[in-house]
Design a binder for this molecule. Structure first.
Ligand code: 2BA
Length: 107
């Protein structure tokens, strides 16, 4: 068994959960925060049989679209106080980890 841990944009999470649920994949949604941008994102836990990993990855790739956005993550001290420095980052898309599950129980 594998645990797919997918960090996705909040905007994509609704559609992704819908797509996965329609195909009978179990999903747990966690509200999370990116360490760099300090913005909310969504972490999904998806436990699947090893043979289902590629199918789930394909759904994630199809559902989570990448785009670039200007953000101001790091304010610096200027003459008039702290001023944000806009920078372009990639947002959306998905950061995915596939972990081996040693054991799995349901009680
Ligand atoms: P954040 O840490 O808020 O990062 C958001 C986006 O900002 C990143 O998108 C990347 O494009 C950019 N970014 C991150 N660190 C940067 C830096 N030091 N300099 C310039 N740009 C930087 P993604 O790479 O797609 O990551 C999206 C979210 O996935 C991250 O949000 C974080 O919550 C998670 N993540 C990414 N890599 C991770 C990892 N190795 N371990 C755990 N979580 C990770």
């Amino acid at each position: 068994m594998k645990m797919i841990l997918a960090i996705v944009h909040d905007e994509d999470s609704h559609n992704l959960i819908k797509e996965l649920s329609e195909k009978d994949f179990g999903v747990t949604k966690l509200s999370s925060t990116g360490g760099f941008l300090k913005m909310g994102n969504t972490t999904l836990l998806i436990g699947v049989a090893a043979r289902q990993v590629q199918e789930v990855l394909a759904i994630i790739e199809e559902t989570c679209k990448t785009h670039r956005e200007m953000v101001s993550p790091t304010p610096i001290m200027g003459d008039t106080g702290y001023v944000p420095i806009p920078m372009e980052v990639k947002v959306g898309g998905a950061t995915v980890f596939v972990l081996d599950v040693a054991e799995h129980y349901k009680y």
